[in-house]
Ligand binder design. Structure first.
Ligand code: DMJ
Length: 590
């Protein structure tokens, strides 16, 4: 009440605790001051301490060569030192203005670990769903167990040749599969495996290397994976490693515009862009897919740099003219001008749009700028890129300087889930319309699977030359265990509970088991139209991070990682919604 009267601030239970600390420091100050009065220790010894040791020490003319008395001297010296320290701290606190004390309290409060509900689920009631969910967990056990056996510590597994595989996307950082899989292990309650992974991270995960990495890939898989592992498990090592890695990525933003480089040498801090990118440009889906992780990094580290860097990207984008309201995939970080006018909701563009929507949702709908940018962009996509095929399949084409390429990537199929997730907040009366669009995209993407021999989707499919939802080029016929179609089924299931989405998800499970499962894990296939699979011998880390996680959630109840408390980053790593009223209740950590 006194604090409320002085500062106008009504403390919660946690804040009361901190206030109590401040007052005890004050009392210590008064108490400690007595030591500075003449002969105070004598007074104290008479009034407070009745231990013979102290009495001996305070006796006039005591012999300091006596070991007992030397010990007493040490005790008293320590007490004096402690009190001096307490005095200084209390003096410091009492010199603060009420608003500074209030800020300190808020800062302390931020540091407390909070976990939103639904980190782990419960068994579905319906026996068939329960069995299917258990089957997906068994698939995770096979994928993880094989990686652990044949490729432990490498970035990925070669499941056919049963050895490690390292992609140059991560420089010489190791353990991509471990970090990408952490949260899936946790939500599937594979705690022995989670602990083994934690042990590896503690002892081996290292970012101090003279090697070039993809800023985007490292952010979505490593920073995202570490953040989720922290929020799910509460283990400090994950918070520390996420912040450490985030700090290593900051030099990528040293460009004239603050639009980051695609590639960064973690030791020298020197960045550059992909040599193939139009006019030395940075890529929309790469610099536009840092927001969620960086907002959390600022929150967890207290360092505002992360947030400032990603908010500046928005500023640069909002100053630019957009052709037909569209965002080109290429932007030059030196000049701040667009490169080629290519627009895509698949590769090179995709997760930029996803992060605008999710930034708004993750801010508990406070980020109005993110919201506006998302719905405006979606409107431009609908007008310029979304088309219906002759037989009525809705697809999202690619836009090249005003001309449409009637091709849809597997990557673009995530858009069904994104549009469903955003439909509820759509401006005007568009909620129903957007839900229909999302359902139509889900249907088209399902068709792209259904029209193949292996019942797995090609990398890209076309709607021209007399075909619909079929890949016509040999180099677009592969399937690399990608998650986007299943991701969309999961969102559609959550929002509609239409059983067809679980049926379609189960079809994918059967195809994965039949054609991708091998003795040493799961492999991608080179041609989904061939009658028998030709394996590419790579178990992508996103298969464990995303594909299996989304499948598991598709067969889980809605209160497992509920959408009003968690937002998935683009690698399916769940991040907590930053509740405006901070009402999330701290949970027990298993
Ligand atoms: C993942 O790394 C992410 O989903 C990313 O946004 C796109 N590509 C892969 C999966 O296909």
């Amino acid at each position: 009440a006194v604090i409320a009267a002085v500062t106008g601030f009504i403390p919660s239970r946690q804040e009361k605790f901190i206030l109590l600390l401040v007052f005890s420091a004050f009392i210590t100050l008064c108490f400690g001051a007595i030591f500075f009065l003449p002969d105070s220790s004598k007074l104290l010894s008479g009034v407070f301490f009745h231990s013979p040791a102290v009495e001996t020490n305070t006796r006039p003319g005591s012999d300091s060569s006596d070991p007992a008395s030397a010990n007493d001297e040490r005790v008293l010296a320590k007490i004096r030192k402690d009190h001096e320290k307490a005095l200084l701290e209390a003096k410091d606190t009492l010199q603060k203005r009420p608003d500074e004390i209030k800020q300190d309290i808020l800062n302390e409060k931020e540091k407390v670990y909070h976990r939103p509900p639904g980190a782990t689920g419960h068994e579905p009631q319906d026996p068939e769903t329960k069995e299917k969910r258990a089957k997906i967990k068994e698939m995770m056990k096979h994928a993880w167990g094989s990686y652990r056996r044949y490729a432990w510590g490498s970035n990925e597994l070669r499941p056919v040749s049963k050895q490690g595989h390292s992609s140059n996307l991560f420089g010489s950082i190791k353990g991509a599969t471990i970090v990408d899989a952490l949260d899936t292990l946790y939500i599937m309650e594979m705690f022995e495996e989670f602990d083994a992974a934690t042990d590896w991270v503690e002892k081996n995960l290292d970012f101090n290397m003279n090697a070039e990495v993809s800023v985007f890939e490292v952010n979505i898989r490593f920073v995202g994976g570490l953040l989720s592992a922290y929020y799910l498990s509460g283990k400090e090592v994950y918070r520390r490693k996420a912040v450490e890695l985030g700090e290593k990525l900051l030099p990528a933003f040293k460009t004239p515009t603050g639009i980051p480089w695609a590639l960064l040498n973690l030791k020298s801090g020197i960045g550059r862009n992909w040599p193939w990118a139009s006019g030395g440009s940075s890529i929309l889906a790469e610099y536009g897919t840092l927001h969620l992780e960086f907002m959390h990094l600022s929150k967890l580290s207290g360092n505002p740099d992360f947030e400032q860097k990603v908010m500046n990207i928005r500023k640069v984008l909002n100053r630019l003219d957009k052709p037909q309201g569209l965002y080109p995939n290429y932007l030059n970080p030196n000049s701040g001008q667009w490169g080629q006018h290519h627009v895509s909701v698949g590769g090179l563009g995709d997760s930029f749009y996803e992060y605008l929507l999710k930034a708004w949702l993750m801010s508990d709908k406070a980020d109005e700028e993110g919201k506006k940018m998302y719905y405006d962009a979606l409107q431009a996509i609908e007008t310029n890129l979304m088309r219906k095929s002759t037989s009525g399949l809705t697809y999202i084409a690619e836009w090249k300087g005003g001309l449409l390429e009637h091709k849809m990537g597997h990557l673009t199929c995530f858009a069904g889930g994104m549009i469903a997730l955003g439909a509820d907040g759509a401006p005007g009366d568009k909620t129903g319309h957007q839900m229909e669009q999302a359902a139509e995209i889900a249907r088209t993407c399902h068709e792209s699977y259904a029209r193949t021999a292996l019942k797995l989707g090609p990398e890209a499919f076309r709607f021209d030359g007399g075909v619909e939802a079929i890949a016509t080029r040999q180099n677009e016929k592969y399937f690399i265990l990608r998650p986007e179609v299943i991701e969309t089924y999961m969102y559609m299931w959550r929002f509609t509970h239409d059983p067809k989405y679980r049926e379609w998800g189960w079809e994918a499970v059967q195809a994965l088991e039949q054609h991708c499962r091998v003795e040493g894990g799961y492999s991608g296939v080179r041609d989904v139209y061939a009658s028998a699979p030709n394996h590419d011998d790579v178990q992508q880390s996103f298969y464990l991070a995303e594909t299996l996680k989304y499948l598991y959630l598709l067969f889980s109840d809605d209160d497992h990682l509920p959408f009003d408390h968690w937002v998935f980053n683009t690698e399916a790593h769940p991040l907590p919604v930053l509740k405006k009223d901070k009402t999330d209740i701290p949970n027990e950590v298993e």
